[in-house]
Write a protein of this length. Structure first.
Length: 473
């Protein structure tokens, strides 16, 4: 390394790339995948990696913070790995760089910039392709933090760190290029040492079974994404995001929109979406009642990342509007079979006509008949609902509040090609759990990564597929 490249830039930062050439870096893979010009380091073409080992062959990579300034092109995918023993070892942490979905490399094709591969995913795109950003990665003891333009995305304390063995010695810093018909630019790579973190001296925290399953699914690339989280009962956005980071999950924050609910017009919808701008969480519209499409324009609804609804509010054949979770509105159900036929018909109509991405609280029954769930939800009735969902591209929620739908329904929906989502449906901070029911359904029904819906992937969102459904302005 040249003296200039090793010079500290203030606040303990050391520039690892000199801005002129690859002095101090070793290429592993095709050399032509890397080029330098106009003060920028570019990568493109075949997969390749750059390994920085420092003036004496290895870098001090224990209790450090690494900062990378980068710009990602469409469908490009790279990773920053450290502390690592070598390019080939696979040891250490790797943080993904890539804003667009469906590109291969660095974990799941859904992982966006800032994902800590196999540990803590980020599914929301927070920077645009072609936009410069700063990615800061901190490793102190067992604590790993990732910030994108100063927004904290990952704050993980690992019980069994994949870099634990590397931390006992010095480790390498690696820039990996995964090779697509795309291009990525870097203009700064710098490092600084940090003091020991208190967590380093503490015994490793024991994982419970749920945490182990979440970690296992993250490593396998299943999207641990809960799209039905509400800021209710005093739960703040920061509390929700802190819990998501701790659990190794991502959230979609949803607001109730419709008659008698917090958001009843386009202005309120726009205000909510604006309040969530730049946050590492998807923004969802919970469409309430059957009149919601007459209350909101396409422009208002399309601001949300996704829309979901349920079949818990509808009007019967006698013109009586009821909410199925309120016993007083349901009353006595004298003709249970007739009620079920109406429920199925209303559900199918919702799935066919309303512009929704997800069907939540699926197969919910009023308390007065819920004890007879397995008999009332016959195969024929399930087939009608599942058929309508599959034909209209509506994903099925695995609902944690009600433990719905049944495993029979999930297996039938999977066979029909339906996608699924995880959904807590919390009423406050105390019941914001970890999608335990969804985790169980993943295991019991053999769900895989490709069985899940993620906003922003798989084509147009429902609001744009069915624009004619909305109130005209």
């Amino acid at each position: 390394m040249t003296p200039e490249a090793c010079a500290a830039s203030g606040n303990g930062w050391v520039e690892l790339w000199n801005g002129r050439d690859l002095d101090g870096w070793r290429v592993s893979g095709p050399r032509e995948s890397w080029s330098v010009g106009d003060g920028l380091l570019a990568c493109g073409g075949a997969p390749s990696a750059l390994l920085y080992e420092g003036p004496e062959g290895r870098s001090e990579a224990r209790n450090v913070e690494l900062e990378v300034e980068a710009q990602a092109g469409p469908q490009s995918r790279a990773g920053v790995a450290f502390p690592a023993a070598s390019v080939e070892s696979g040891e250490g942490f790797e943080v993904c760089i890539g804003n667009s979905a469906q590109a291969s490399g660095c974990g799941s094709a859904w992982n966006r910039t800032g994902s800590l591969q196999g540990i803590s995913p980020v599914f929301k795109q927070l920077v645009a392709d072609g936009e410069w950003f700063k990615l800061r990665i901190l490793v102190q003891g067992r604590n790993v933090q990732v910030r994108l333009n100063e927004t904290l995305l990952v704050d993980s304390v690992e019980a069994a760190s994949p870099a634990e063995s590397c931390r006992q010695d010095q480790g390498a810093i690696i820039l990996r290029w995964y090779g697509e018909d795309a291009r990525m630019l870097f203009r700064s790579v710098r490092l600084r040492s940090l003091p020991d973190h208190p967590a380093a001296a503490q015994p490793a925290a024991a994982e419970d079974e749920v945490q182990r399953r979440i970690a296992q699914h993250n490593r396998a690339g299943l999207p641990m994404l809960d799209l039905h989280v509400h800021l209710k009962g005093g739960l703040t956005l920061e509390q929700a995001l802190t819990k998501a980071r701790r659990d190794g999950m991502c959230y979609g924050i949803a607001v109730n929109c419709g008659k008698g609910f917090p958001v009843q017009d386009g202005a309120a919808a726009a205000a909510f979406c604006e309040s969530m701008k730049g946050q590492p969480a998807f923004v969802g519209m919970q469409a309430e009642g059957r009149e919601w499409t007459s209350m909101f324009s396409l422009a208002a609804a399309a601001r949300f990342d996704y829309i979901f609804t349920d079949a818990m509010t509808w009007t019967d054949d006698h013109g009586r509007r009821m909410r199925l979770w309120i016993p007083e509105e349901v009353g006595t159900i004298a003709d249970v079979e007739g009620f079920m036929e109406t429920l199925v018909a209303r559900t199918v109509n919702i799935l066919e006509r309303e512009p929704v991405d997800i069907f939540v609280n699926p197969t919910f029954l009023p308390a007065v008949i819920a004890h007879d769930y397995d008999r009332l939800w016959t195969e024929a009735r399930m087939e009608k609902v599942i058929g309508a969902a599959a034909a209209n591209g509506v994903a099925i929620e695995l609902n944690n509040l009600y433990d719905l739908p049944s495993g029979r329904f999930v297996r039938m929906a999977k066979a029909a090609g339906c996608k699924f989502t995880l959904g807590t449906n919390n009423t406050g901070p105390d019941d914001l759990r970890r999608s335990e029911y969804g985790l169980r359904m993943i295991d019991d029904c053999g769900l895989e990564a490709g069985d899940f819906f993620i906003p922003g992937t798989g084509g147009l969102k429902a609001a744009l597929r069915k624009p004619e459904a909305f109130r005209k302005v």
